[in-house]
Design a binder for this molecule. Structure first.
Ligand SMILES: Nc1ncnc2c1ncn2[C@@H]1O[C@H](COP(=O)(O)OP(=O)(O)O)[C@@H](O)[C@H]1O
Ligand SMILES: O=c1ccn([C@@H]2O[C@H](COP(=O)(O)O)[C@@H](O)[C@H]2O)c(=O)[nH]1
Length: 257
C-alpha cells in the first residue's frame, strides 16, 4: 500500500493558518451515506493516504468535519426522550442548519473556525470544548444528511456517497453504539427500527442522486478511494505530472502519469 507523502507548506502559509488569517477558498467535499456506511472511515483513509494524519492540526492541508457537530441543542423533554431511544436524530430537524451553513461559508472564506464537539452519550455538544478548524486546501464534510439541505449541498465542489448495504450497516452500528456510544441492545434496535431505517429511506437515500461519485462497499473499495485521493492530489498540486507516493515502510516511489 502506498501513501502520498506529506505535502510541503511554506512558512508563510503556516503563519497564516496559525493566526487565522484568511486564505484562499478550500475545495469542499461532501461525504454522505447511511449510518455506519463507513463515511468517517473513508475520510480517514483519504487523509492517511494524503499523509495528513500524523501531522499537527495547524499544518494540515486536508481536514475533516462531521455533521454530528451540528446537532441542535435539545430541550429538557427531548433529552429524556433521547435517553429512551425515542428522539429522531435522523430527521433533518435534528440539525442546526443555520450553524452548519454559516460554518461552511466561513470555511469557504478561508477563516479559522470553532466547531462544536458532539457527545453521543449525553446527546449534547460539549460545553467546555470546541474543535478548531484551521484554513486548509481541502475540507471533507461527512454526515448522513449533508446533501439534504439545498443551501449546504450547493456549497460542495465534489459530492461522494458511501453506499454500503443496510445489513452491513446495522451489523456495524449495533456494536459501535453499544461500545462507543453507551447504548444497550434494545435501545439501538428500537431506535433503528423506529427512526434510523425510515429516515434513511425518506431523507438520506434519495440524496444519492446528487453524488458525483458513489463508493460501493465504503472503505473496502480501495480502488475508488485511490481514484479520489489522486483527484485531490491533483487539486492540491495543480495537475502535477508526477505523484510522489510513500510506501508503508517509508520508501518513496515517483509514479509518472
Ligand atoms: N470496511 C470496513 N470493514 C469493517 N468495519 C468497518 C469498515 N468500515 C467501517 N467499519 C466500522 O463500522 C463502524 C462504522 O464506521 P464509520 O466509518 O464510523 O461509519 P459512519 O461514519 O458512516 O457512521 C465503525 O466501528 C468502523 O470501525
Ligand atoms: O445523540 C445522538 C446523535 C446521533 N445519533 C445517531 O447517529 C447517527 C449519525 O452518525 P453516523 O456516524 O453517521 O452513524 C444517526 O443515525 C443517529 O441515529 C444517536 O444515536 N444519538
Amino acid at each position: 500500500m502506498y501513501f502520498i507523502q506529506n505535502i510541503d507548506m511554506s512558512d508563510a502559509i503556516k503563519f497564516r493558518k496559525m493566526n487565522g488569517i484568511e486564505g484562499k477558498a478550500p475545495f469542499l467535499i461532501g461525504v454522505a451515506g447511511g449510518t455506519a456506511s463507513g463515511k468517517s472511515t473513508v475520510c480517514k483513509r483519504i487523509m492517511e493516504k494524503l499523509g495528513q494524519v500524523d501531522m499537527d492540526q495547524t499544518q494540515r492541508q486536508v481536514v475533516c468535519i462531521s455533521q454530528d457537530s451540528f446537532y441542535r441543542e435539545l430541550t429538557a423533554a427531548e433529552i429524556v426522550k433521547a435517553g429512551q431511544g425515542l428522539f429522531n436524530f435522523d430527521h433533518p430537524n435534528a440539525f442546526d442548519e443555520g450553524l452548519m451553513e454559516r460554518t461552511l461559508n466561513d470555511i469557504l472564506a478561508g477563516k479559522k473556525c470553532e466547531v462544536p464537539v458532539y457527545d453521543f452519550k449525553n446527546h449534547t455538544t460539549r460545553k467546555d470544548e470546541t474543535m478548531t478548524i484551521y484554513p486548509a486546501d481541502v475540507v471533507l464534510f461527512e454526515g448522513i444528511l449533508v446533501f439534504f439541505f439545498p443551501q449546504i449541498r450547493n456549497l460542495f465542489h465534489m459530492k461522494l456517497f458511501v453506499d454500503t448495504d443496510s445489513d452491513t450497516r446495522l451489523a456495524r452500528r449495533v456494536p459501535r453504539d453499544i461500545i462507543e456510544r453507551g447504548r444497550d441492545l434494545e435501545q439501538v434496535l428500537n431506535q433503528y427500527m423506529n427512526f434510523v431505517k425510515p429516515a434513511f429511506e425518506e431523507f438520506c437515500s434519495p440524496t444519492k442522486k446528487f453524488a458525483d461519485v458513489i463508493i460501493p462497499r465504503g472503505a473496502d473499495n480501495t480502488v475508488a478511494i485511490d481514484l479520489i485521493v489522486h483527484h485531490i492530489w491533483d487539486i492540491l498540486h495543480g495537475n502535477s505530472n508526477g505523484v510522489r507516493m510513500v510506501s508503508e515502510n517509508g520508501s518513496a516511489t515517483k509514479i509518472s502519469r
